[in-house]
Design a protein around this ligand. Structure first.
Ligand SMILES: Nc1ncnc2c1ncn2[C@@H]1O[C@H](COP(=O)(O)OP(=O)(O)O)[C@@H](O)[C@H]1O
Ligand SMILES: [Mg+2]
Length: 376
């Protein structure tokens, strides 16, 4: 066990690192943050911030030496240089988990090899997508293997003209081509697992994306008990088979046919778990700290139906006019809580903060959340 008072190192300095740092400090830990470009949202609340590239093994080594345990809040950390950390200090989740989940080809191959249900897909190794599209069929979606997030690096293909355009756009890039899923809804489950193999799944969240970016997370998810059970079991099985220590978030499609298909994995706190700060016995961030420090895991019961709404940089813009969102709308609501990440520059699509609304039912919470969002 790594007791409170020791230092937790976080690679990555965004909002996930910020909320993780805050949870760690609440438990009495010190927090060091490693982020290439400072100042960053996590660094603003950490005990210490290091700004250096992830390729800088000397800086990574010095950083690791000051920490009792190191974790990450960001997937796109090159695994080569990261190898200097584990011999010095525990790195959780282990580097192999990061290596698999940071690349869609490896991630999908892992799902396939482990018999985890997922959408039909084919690899386009040399950036020639046509054979992969022929194998999977239309409609489908092309996704780059590396560096995708919030729908970046993706294109939906419906007809032959799309295929031709995509062939030019993705030429020379490693991709996966995936069958388009007619989903009833999207759900996610976040699992915390400790080194001894104890694991707990947070309740299933129902996720509504707009333009490929998470817009609303709704807990409890409005799905059949059987779908919720399957989603929880799949996420626990994945955490176990990957040997995760810390958190893993599993995004899934609940199809109109009643199946649950795994879409993607993230070995870190996840946007769809932000509701847990206000709506759950233990937040995902505290749970991650508990798991990587070897503390007992916390309870995961829903305290009250909760809806989380992302606040994007778009909220600052009314047409061409830039203005501050009307925070008073959220702050005046007794059942709502506002979380801002301290980012200076609002840009369209950039995650600036979120708010939650709690109510006796998810329907009431969702209705109120939509009203508040519209008034922001
Ligand atoms: N095969 C698919 N069928 C239907 N919708 C999809 C499919 N793949 C992705 N999407 C939509 O795009 C969103 C983002 O895709 P995802 O693979 O999760 O990438 P990322 O979150 O890294 O941008 C998904 O949450 C979903 O709404
Ligand atoms: Mg996703």
């Amino acid at each position: 066990m790594i007791p409170p008072g020791k230092t937790l190192g976080i690679l990555g300095g965004g909002q996930l690192g910020r909320m993780l740092a805050q949870a760690a400090q609440t438990l009495g830990y010190r927090v060091h943050v490693f982020e290439p470009a400072g100042p960053c949202p996590a660094g603003a609340v950490a005990n210490h911030e290091v700004n250096a590239n992830y390729e800088d093994t000397a800086a990574l080594t010095a950083f690791a030496r000051e920490c009792a345990v190191v974790t990450y809040e960001f997937e796109n950390i090159p695994s080569g240089p990261l190898a200097v950390v584990a011999p010095l200090v525990p790195l959780h989740p282990r580097a192999e988990v990061l290596h698999i989940t940071q690349n869609r080809q490896r991630e999908k191959a892992w799902l396939r090899a482990h018999g985890i249900p997922h959408a039909r897909y084919a690899e386009a190794l040399d950036g020639d997508i046509a054979p992969a599209v022929a194998e999977v069929g239309l409609p489908c979606v092309v996704k780059t293997a590396d560096f995708g997030y919030d729908g970046k690096g993706q294109m939906k293909l419906a007809d032959a003209a799309d295929v031709e355009r995509a062939a030019a756009i993705f030429r020379g890039r490693r991709c996966v081509v995936e069958s388009w899923v007619e989903f009833a809804c999207e759900v996610s489950v976040i699992v915390a697992r400790s080194a001894g193999g104890e694991a707990r799944a947070f309740p299933v969240a129902e996720n509504i994306h707009t333009h490929h970016i998470l817009d609303f997370s709704i807990v409890p998810a409005r799905v059949d008990a059987a779908v919720a059970r399957t989603a929880g079991q799949l996420a626990l099985a994945i955490a176990d088979q990957l040997g995760v220590v810390g958190l893993i978030a599993v995004e899934m499609f609940a199809t109109t046919a009643g199946e649950v298909l795994v879409n993607e994995l993230a070995p870190r706190p996840h946007n769809s778990g932000h509701w847990s700060i206000d709506g759950c016995e233990t937040s995902q961030f505290e749970q991650h700290v508990r798991a990587v420090c070897g503390l007992p895991l916390g309870g995961v019961a829903v305290r009250e139906p909760t809806v989380m709404v992302n606040i994007l940089g778009d909220a600052w813009f009314a047409g061409d006019v830039r203005r501050e969102p009307n925070w008073g709308v959220i702050l005046a609501e007794p059942r709502a809580r506002l979380h801002l990440y301290g980012k200076a520059e609002p840009r369209p699509g950039r995650k600036m903060g979120h708010f939650t609304v709690r109510a006796a039912t998810v329907e009431a919470a969702l209705a109120r959340a939509r009203e508040l969002k519209a008034k922001l």
